[in-house]
Write a protein that binds this ligand. Structure first.
Ligand code: ADP
Ligand code: MG
Length: 710
């Protein structure tokens, strides 16, 4: 936020000549000091302003006071009474120091109890006969109603606000050594001092049109709401603001990407993909057709395409990519496909080459594990234009590969086509259309946030005739029976994946676990069956060899770490057995399950797990209940919370303070509309009323790879 020193709405009320500066160290906020300043630092609070943005974790409605005589055990309540007696004593058995304070409200007496806080006695001794407010959970103790470690607050004689009672009370995230009452008071002080100089960064026009309260009101009411309604209004406003600046940054970035360099205006005609549709042995799904139309529309425009195609595993993204490549190729350009791993690149190469042969097109594969000679040959075919389609890992655009005429880049299974890669292309004087394909089922709301600078196409339909994968949850004690069932299917000619338990601590331990599991299975469970092992520390050539042998049916059981998570296609494999499934995240489980169900046979996913937390149980239930990636993603988001969502951390999206991308979809879309409109009207934010916005964005998203403000 930008605070200008010139506009100080409340400054005439203040005695000091200089207006308060919210950028000042938190140490100088009334009530803080050196010691607390350090503790606040642990919470990421360094300035007075940070304090204003330290929002409550939750609230407690303490507006109604209870009478002591009416309290019952187990009730969490608030009451007010006079301090009568304060004593320190030792418990008979353990000798623990105990402070007991009697409070009397006329209807009865309640005892407040603390352990090992000897100094409290003196504190209460000074309050004898004075009124305090207490909040806590009532229990029946030896003397009647008792409160252990309650919150309490003195009622000041000067009639100042009580912050911990008689109102909707904020409950803050704390760190050891900080206490609610103190933090409430400090934040209250900070609001008092700094709200008068807080400037509202939202354009007035937008605020009025959307009916949002001003920032000062929002900040006051999010901390100390006079009513539920006021709190909700405050929240709406703050959520809106959070989304608005994020979307504004995304809009700006897209602006930079799309206007900096013009793209290729491909001539899109039915001729482009006529041949492809002639040889296609099946009808495209409606979703595929729609997405291809969206892509073609982009490709026809003279600006660079930046589109994300999202489609569950098996939804047929490869064909969508191929159809797009046909447009580029028909226009005399080359297409490149980049995969995140060599195995995947090679698989794509095999699939695309099969299509290409029928279409009379040439492909080239370029990966790190080729021999120098093979690499040179591939480079030459790419540089001469002989290869229409180049397939490889990121090395394709990062190394010194020259394209004869690159027109389209397809990035597969990538969370985000990085700014760096774009820049690498641009450095080569290229500004091809870019299509990013992901199977990570991101809920639309999240996609708008994570990929807000890309256009989004969703393949929300599966090719017909797929048999849904049957998913079962089995206890570890049922393992022998699961192995028996797997053996039966193997005897019928099927193949089986067994994913070993996830070891997050280190890759080394992970490899050890995988190796041990494979040895155990080969020795004790499947001695007569060909079994292979695949893990991340194997050399690419070894991995390849194993994958090829599995694909060719030489291996029946493939024991693997999560390296098989993405993309590899073996239609004859129809069992995915996941050991200790509760250790995996939902998105990962879904990806793993997506490795089966690709052929004509009924496929099964078996989750072996004894889930012992709520979270784990919920994840297992979701997996058993549905195969719909989008539903799973929504559940994932719900169970883990937006901050933890798979894929967002890597993508460098700044964490959201108050907005919740699930609950606040409407506000997200509203803010997105406003932000993109604003950038359309004022692409460089150069209007004087918009200048501050630019600074705010720069400040807020500094260091995040999400946003580059030039
Ligand atoms: P994804 O990359 O989205 O996981 P693929 O593109 O690998 O999926 O497609 C999975 C399988 O479905 C492939 O064997 C592909 O040939 C087939 N396929 C794609 N589209 C269709 C369709 N419209 N009808 C039938 N099969 C399809
Ligand atoms: Mg794919």
């Amino acid at each position: 936020m930008q605070e200008s020193q010139s506009r100080t709405a409340g400054s005439e009320l203040r005695k000091s000549a200089r207006p308060p500066d919210p950028g000042m160290s938190v140490q100088f906020v009334k009530g803080v000091g050196e010691r607390l300043c350090k503790l606040f630092g642990k919470l990421g609070i360094f300035t007075a302003q940070d304090l204003l943005w330290h929002f409550p974790r939750r609230y407690e409605d303490r507006r109604s006071m209870r009478r002591i005589a009416q309290l019952h055990a187990g009730e969490t309540a608030c009451f007010r009474g006079k301090v009568r007696v304060a004593d320190n004593m030792r418990t008979p058995r353990s000798g623990t120091l105990l402070t007991r304070v009697a409070v009397d409200d006329g209807s009865g007496i309640a005892y407040l109890v603390w352990f090992n806080q000897w100094y409290l006695k003196n504190k209460f001794a000074k309050l004898l006969g004075k009124d305090i407010v207490v909040y806590g959970t009532a229990q029946f103790g030896s003397r009647g109603i008792e409160f252990t470690n309650p919150e309490w607050e003195e009622i000041s004689d000067d009639g100042g606000d009580t912050l911990s009672s008689n109102r909707i009370v904020p409950v803050y995230p704390l760190t050891e050594g900080l206490f609610q009452g103190r933090v409430r008071r400090i934040i209250y002080n900070a609001l008092d001092t700094y709200l008068p100089v807080v400037e509202d960064p939202l354009p007035e026009e937008i605020r009025k049109r959307r009916g949002l309260v001003d920032l000062a009101t929002a900040l006051r009411n999010i901390h100390f709401p006079p009513s539920e309604e006021a709190r909700e209004e405050a929240r709406l406003r703050l959520v809106y603001e959070e989304f608005f600046f994020l979307q504004l940054a995304l809009a700006l970035r897209r602006q930079n990407v799309t206007t900096a360099l013009p793209g290729i205006a491909f001539d899109v005609t039915p001729e482009c993909s006529k041949r492809l549709y002639e040889i296609l042995p099946f009808e495209l799904t409606n979703a595929q057709k729609r997405v291809i139309r969206e892509i073609e529309r982009d490709m026809a425009r003279p600006i660079a395409m930046n589109r994300l195609v999202q489609g569950d595993v098996g939804s047929g993204k490869t064909l969508v990519a191929l159809a797009s490549m046909m447009v580029a190729i028909h226009n005399g350009y080359q297409a490149a496909l980049m995969a995140p791993t060599e195995i995947l690149a090679e698989q794509h190469y095999l699939v695309l080459t099969r299509w290409a042969e029928q279409l009379g097109l040439e492909t080239a594969l370029l990966t790190g594990s080729l021999t120098a000679k093979e690499k040179r040959a591939a480079r030459e075919r790419i540089a001469s234009g002989q290869a229409h389609i180049a397939i490889g890992t990121h090395a394709l655009i990062q190394e010194d590969v020259e394209f004869a005429k690159l027109g389209l880049v397809v990035v597969d299974e990538q969370h985000r086509f990085g700014v760096l890669q774009r820049a690498a292309l641009r450095d080569k004087g290229l500004n091809p259309d870019v299509l990013v394909m992901t199977a990570t089922p991101i809920p639309r709301t999240l996609a708008l946030t994570v990929y807000g600078d890309l256009d989004l196409s969703v393949i929300d339909e599966m090719p017909p005739g797929r048999k849904p994968i049957k998913t079962h949850l089995k206890a570890t004690s049922e393992r022998p029976r699961v192995y028996d069932a797997a053996r039966k299917l193997i005897n019928e000619g099927r193949q089986v994946y067994i994913v070993c338990p996830l070891v997050e601590e280190s890759e080394k331990l992970q490899v050890k676990a995988a190796t041990e599991l494979a040895e155990h299975l080969q020795r004790d469970v499947f001695p007569d069956i060909a079994l292979g092992l695949l893990h991340g520390q194997m050399k690419p050539a070894e991995k390849d060899d194993i994958m090829r042998r599995f694909r060719d049916g030489e291996i029946q059981v493939l024991v693997s770490t999560t390296v098989i998570e993405v993309g590899v296609d073996v239609p004859n494999a129809c069992v995915m057995l996941i050991e200790d499934a509760e250790r995996f995240g939902l998105a990962q489980l879904h990806q793993l399950r997506g490795r089966v169900g690709r052929g004509e046979h009924q496929s099964f996913c078996v989750l072996i797990s004894d889930p012992n937390t709520d979270d784990a149980r919920q994840r297992m239930d979701v997996m058993v209940r549905t195969c719909d990636g989008f539903e799973i993603a929504e559940e994932d988001l719900r169970i883990r919370g937006p901050g933890e969502f798979y894929g967002t951390r890597q993508s460098g999206v700044p964490s959201l303070r108050i907005a919740n991308i699930l609950r606040d979809v409407d506000i997200l879309e509203m803010s997105r509309e406003d932000a993109f409109e604003l950038i359309k009207a004022d692409p460089k934010l150069s209007a004087s009323v918009h200048r501050d916005l630019r600074d705010i964005i720069k400040k807020r998203f500094e260091g995040s790879d999400l946003v580059t403000v030039s």
